[in-house]
Design a protein around this ligand. Structure first.
Ligand SMILES: [Zn+2]
Length: 64
């Protein structure tokens, strides 16, 4: 028998990301993953702009 599933609240943080300028494209990447001053979208090769997004903080998951 399993315990009831826990609904974990994932803390969200504002992060600056690169976002694709192409309206129909959902491409984006975290700023720290881009090594170029003006990266191109990995999906459609369009230009990218800085944008603030709310993202879950993934680096602080400690499994139990
Ligand atoms: Zn794109």
């Amino acid at each position: 028998m399993r315990g009831k599933q826990q609904v974990e609240e994932i803390p969200m943080f504002e992060m600056i990301v690169w976002s694709c300028t192409n309206d129909v494209c959902k491409g984006w990447m975290r700023q720290e993953y881009s090594f170029s001053a003006e990266p191109a979208c990995p999906l459609c090769q369009s230009g990218m702009i800085h944008e603030t997004r709310l993202l879950p903080q993934l680096s602080h998951y400690i499994g139990s």
